[in-house]
Design a protein. Structure first.
Lengths: 317, 520, 291
């Protein structure tokens, strides 16, 4: 399915009031369709956003928003002058980088591989098996990893010992934190991530493949020229959305892996917020940090969207 | 067709939503929506209605919010009994413990706390102090004199829960010092080790358990100590207390200083380092969870567990499934290098209960509620809430409560209420537990003995603004440094650097502030 | 259909299969461990650590889990909320996604930006709670559904799928006198079954996993869904305490019970996907454009 890049409507979209009016009337039912969703966003998303104001206050739950004192940018100041701030920000960005580089392509590759399976029974079987980990909570996953990776009798280290190699301190050493983290992420989410791509591939016209085969194209060629372009728009949308999550990493996962020995590389913004903010009931501070994350994410999404349009995609807005 | 189709759809959706909202439970006594449920008016505003006139007075309606520490909300079995005994109509609202703070704060922020609000633990209490100072809760100090049973609560512990010298809460009591050692007695016997009395002997035992094949299976598959990633409730703080390290804060030249600046703290770190370097404890303890720590012990791999001695029952239960001939015992009162004997004490409570003004409108109502708690401080009610129904959940043996074999039943029906009983055995008259496991009996004895040598935290009842703001955050500097020292990643100089860092980033202010109120 | 008979193609097929098989094994193994662990005793778990084949089969854990009526009630709640919620969400989301997929809709960019904005900015727990409270939804099941009606992510994905449907179809339908609603329900949705199945699954999982909302909005514990029960057991068991104290009083419960509850809580939703897979049939668009 080729992506539609021509915009017929735009070519004929004059700005005269009459034209717009006619279009509105023609599309009235489309607006009706959008309405319930819009109401939802207004009520349950935008209305609560007013609460973000506590980032500029010294919010106390019992005082309420109107009763709490105004402190302006104090919380932001505290965040930026925190001695570890740069380190925490860097850690977060690096993990984000790992996510984009190492995790993001995996579901795509897996989906392509699954799509190439000729035996449908196996395709269904593998699909079901690989998304199973998504349902396991991080608590369980980290706990199982502990059992496997511990130096006190874990399987992995036992094997290393058998092979005459030195034991590796996976759980505590800073060098192994990021690899452990990203492998766990891939393990848990890659299978689940294939679902969207497989759905997109299901819409591909099989005749395209036949035609390609008759032209003598090999499997790789078919993937590159037929399958991939078909899922291109989905990939771009997902990429832009992922970029918006630049500072938003899974708190629970990292928190479970964090300990005194690897804190230098493992402390991310969310775990910092937890220790400095939430644990001590510091709503305002944690909200301020959240706002900071949001603004950075917004800037990234705007940039990514613009960039994607330059490459001919429709972007997400 | 389509306009009609749409209308039908819309109609369906709307009726679905209406049906759903109609499906709500009719929880009219839910004070979270309105704040406050007036108790039935009675003429006199005096203290607890006598048990001799239950039929005359209408039961007091009370809604109670508290954390749920067990898997499921308990059924009404126990609640009904309590209601009968105290002439009340109770609505218990349990909320899962690990998200209790969120629920607490949300409910507080929206003015919906019920008449009786339990907090979650000491940490939550510290967070609530702001709200308390702001007048959100009733000061109950002055009323206690009117209630004979409430008056029995230990002054020392009540003191620890005062805010600015005023009392707002009732406490749920816990023994001051339950920390000690649980160890494999059969291993010690097998190796001919005598019961350790000093720290050095404990360390030696840990090493022996690691190196001398205590289980006699000719395999090097044992280690001494199983610890976890918690310096406070794991081994470290208890070990440090054997060196008579101050509990969080101690006096030096008349001034309060944090415990990690004392030489005993360093001595304790060195001791842990010794054990770690000798391979006599689990190498990954900084990342080990409680479950895995326990599993090390119950699988028969580790021989020492330093923590709460009352855990010995459940540890033993799983241990003998794997190692049927295992024998455990508990130990405390360990002497330091200079013969000193000490252990650290908790402030005597692990949770408190507050009385929101938003839900309790006047003194009369407050007194009725206090009357309910007054009744809780009697053996009948306290036993009911802690142990259950005599005969069903427990029997009395030797004047102590022995739980029946119906552990599922107890878990389901009684356990949820256990953590809401205020006071402790000495004050509310409830039974002590009857234990048949010798190790557990020893544990109870040691716990009592520990009280004599327990070191309190002098700042337990004090406040420091800087500590409230960033104390926990700053503490991670010290925690990290302690672990790194034990693992050998930093040395004495590195640890000093961490202390300096702590001081610079706010620690100095904390010291100043605590000392200012300490002197008063 | 011409089969691939070249050697290159065959090799590719074999390599492909093998790699996928290995990956599948790696992902399913820990899950098997959970199932195996649930069928054994906690004592064995302590010794063996990582079990695949339990030697000491015992249904004790499941017996304990199912010994009260709480679990049945909470499963019923979860199923109800999931079914109604998914249906409701799909309806509202499809309509919005379709409307915003039409390229000649004025204000489309603005509306999409508004939606994307909500993915980045979040008012927080207490303000959202206030909204729910003001709408009088506390203690009603609607509180578990309405605040989750649309997931911006799901809507954006669905819209993307709708956008990829050729406009020619829409135009010819319009010429036949079909209204917008008609096009949506009679043409677009049937052609988008893979997407519909996928997004329905996503919603179903979200509703099934409802936990925090239940605690915040439902004060009556009888109304709680299954995940609350699950978390109580699992989080308690791991010793992973979201605050520092409360030690000694609550020893972690049976490991086997922990595993059993995981199995019980995830099994229903796991079974949903295979049923949806039949909607992933290829060539859904075959013949619709040509002609």
């Amino acid at each position: 399915m080729r992506e539609v890049t021509i915009r017929p409507a735009q070519l004929q979209a004059p700005r005269t009031g009459r034209e717009i009016g006619r279009r509105l009337r023609r599309n009235i039912w489309l607006y009706v369709m959008v309405l319930p969703g819009l109401l939802y966003f207004l009520i349950f998303k935008y209305a609560p956003m007013l609460g973000l104001i506590i980032a500029f206050q010294d919010f106390k739950p019992f005082k309420g928003i109107s009763g709490s004192e105004w402190v302006g940018l104090d919380h932001f100041h505290r965040l930026f002058t925190e001695p570890d701030f740069l380190n925490i920000l860097t850690n977060t960005l690096i993990l984000f980088g790992f996510n984009i580089l190492f995790y993001f392509p995996v579901p795509i590759v897996l989906a392509l591989m699954l799509n190439e399976l000729r035996l449908h029974a196996f395709k269904r079987l593998f699909q079901t098996l690989i998304y199973l980990p998504h349902f396991m909570s991080w608590v369980i996953i980290v706990s199982i990893s502990y059992v496997m990776l511990t130096m006190d009798g874990g399987i992995v280290n036992a094997v290393l010992e058998e092979l005459g190699l030195a034991k590796i301190n996976f759980l505590l050493s800073p060098e192994w934190f990021r690899p452990t983290y990203i492998i766990q992420v891939i393990w848990r989410e890659a299978g689940w991530g294939t679902i969207i791509y497989l759905a997109a591939m299901a819409a591909i016209d099989p005749q395209l493949y036949e035609a390609a085969r008759m032209d003598g194209a090999g499997r790789i060629h078919q993937i590159w020229h037929i399958t991939l372009p078909a899922i291109r728009s989905v990939i771009i949308v997902l990429l832009i959305l992922k970029i918006g999550d630049v500072l938003e990493l899974g708190f629970e996962h990292v928190y479970l892996l964090l300990n005194s020995m690897n804190r230098d590389v493992a402390e991310i913004i969310d775990t910092y917020v937890y220790t400095a903010g939430l644990k001590q009931g510091k709503f305002s501070y944690s909200t301020a940090i959240g706002l900071f994350k949001s603004f950075v994410g917004l800037a990234m999404v705007i940039a990514a969207n613009k960039l994607s349009k330059k490459f001919g995609s429709e972007g997400i807005y | 067709m389509n306009k009609k189709g749409f209308a039908i759809l819309l109609g369906t959706v709307m009726s679905l939503s209406m049906m759903l909202s109609a499906c709500s439970s009719n929880n009219n006594s839910n004070a979270a929506n309105n704040g406050g449920n007036p108790s039935t008016p009675t003429t006199s505003a005096d203290a607890s209605p006598e048990a001799t006139e239950p039929a005359k007075e209408e039961p007091t309606k009370i809604t109670i919010m508290l954390p749920l520490n067990v898997a499921q909300t308990p059924p009404d079995t126990i609640k009904n009994e309590i209601e009968k005994l105290t002439n009340t109509k109770l609505t218990y609202q349990f909320f899962p413990a690990d998200t209790y703070e969120d629920k607490l704060n949300t409910t507080l922020a929206t003015g919906g706390l019920p008449e009786v609000t339990y907090l979650k633990n000491q940490a939550t209490f510290v967070q609530m102090k702001g709200a308390i100072r702001d007048g959100q809760f009733w000061e109950i100090g002055p009323y206690l004199a009117e209630f004979p049973n409430l008056n029995k609560l230990k002054p020392l512990i009540l003191n620890n829960t005062k805010v600015d010298g005023k009392l707002y809460s009732l406490y749920i009591g816990r023994p001051l010092a339950r920390q000690g050692i649980i160890y494999r007695k059969d291993w010690a016997d097998h190796l001919g080790l005598k019961t350790p009395e000093t720290v050095d002997e404990v360390i030696a035992m840990a090493k022996a358990f690691t190196d001398q094949d205590p289980d006699g299976d000719k395999k090097a598959n044992t280690i001494g100590l199983a610890d976890r990633n918690d310096l406070i409730y794991g081994a470290f703080k208890t070990l440090a207390s054997w060196y008579a390290t101050p509990n969080n804060w101690g006096e030096k030249d008349g001034e309060l200083q944090p415990d990690f600046t004392f030489p005993q703290y360093t001595a304790a770190m060195d001791a842990m380092k010794q054990i770690h370097d000798a391979g006599a404890m689990n190498k990954d303890f900084a990342a080990t969870s409680k479950t895995d720590q326990i599993s090390l012990f119950t699988s028969g791999k580790a021989g020492l567990y330093i923590g709460s001695m009352s855990d010995v029952d459940s540890l033993n239960k799983d241990l003998i499934k794997n190692v049927p001939n295992a024998v455990v015992d508990t130990l405390a009162l360990i002497k330091g290098p200079n013969g000193e004997q000490a252990t650290w004490a908790i402030p005597g409570y692990n949770n408190v209960v507050l009385f929101p003004k938003s839900a309790i409108k006047d003194e009369a109502e407050l007194k009725k509620i206090l009357a309910f708690f007054d009744k809780q401080m009697t053996p009948e009610v306290a036993n009911m809430m802690f142990w259950g129904i005599e005969g069903t959940h427990y029997t009395v043996e030797d004047g102590k409560a022995k739980v029946t074999d119906n552990s599922d039943l107890i878990e389901r029906e009684v356990k949820g209420y256990k953590d809401s009983v205020i006071g402790e055995t000495e004050t509310n008259g409830m039974y002590e537990g009857f234990y048949s496991l010798p190790a557990r009996i020893h544990a109870e004895e040691f716990t009592k003995e520990n009280e004599k040598i327990a070191i309190m935290d002098p700042t337990a009842a004090l406040d420091s603004a800087t500590y409230t703001e960033k104390g926990v955050e700053l503490q991670t500097i010290i925690t990290d440094a302690t672990y790194k020292y034990i693992y050998g990643e930093i040395d004495r100089a590195g640890f000093e650097k961490a202390i300096a860092d702590w001081k610079k980033r706010g620690g100095d202010k904390i010291i100043e502030e605590f000392n200012a109120v300490y002197k008063k | 259909m011409i089969q691939d008979r070249t050697i290159g193609s065959r090799l590719f097929g074999i390599a492909n299969f093998t790699l996928l098989a290995i990956f599948s094994l790696a992902t399913v193994l820990p899950f098997i461990h959970v199932v195996a662990g649930s069928l054994t005793t906690s004592a064995e778990m302590a010794v063996k650590k990582f079990i695949i084949f339990p030697t000491d089969i015992s249904f004790e854990a499941y017996r304990f889990v199912f010994s009260t009526n709480t679990i049945f009630r909470s499963i019923a709640v979860s199923i109800g909320v999931t079914l109604v919620g998914t249906a409701f969400s799909m309806l509202v989301t499809s309509m919005m996604a379709y409307g915003l997929s039409r390229r000649d809709l004025d204000g489309r960019k603005f509306l999409m930006f508004m939606v994307v904005f909500t993915m980045l900015f979040n008012g927080g727990l207490i303000p959202t709670f206030l909204v729910v409270k003001e709408l009088h939804l506390i203690d009603s099941y609607a509180a578990l559904i309405l605040p989750l009606t649309i997931s911006a992510f799901n809507m954006i994905i669905l819209r993307n799928f709708f956008q990829n449907i050729p406009e020619g179809l829409e135009e010819s339908a319009k010429m036949d006198g079909c209204s917008d609603f008609g096009i949506l329900f009679r043409i677009v949705l049937p052609l988008s079954m893979p997407a519909i199945a996928t997004i329905s699954l996503f919603y179903a999982v979200t509703y099934w996993n409802t936990y925090l909302n239940a605690i915040l909005y439902l004060n009556d514990s009888k109304m709680w869904p299954i995940q609350v029960l699950l978390r109580q057991i699992v989080v308690l068991a791991s010793g992973f305490d979201y605050s520092s104290s409360l030690d000694g009083a609550v020893p972690p419960p049976d490991q086997a019970v922990k595993m059993a509850v995981i199995v019980v809580a995830t099994l229903p939703i796991l079974l949903v996907y295979p049923f949806l897979q039949k909607h992933f049939a290829k060539g859904a668009l075959l013949g619709s454009i040509k002609g």
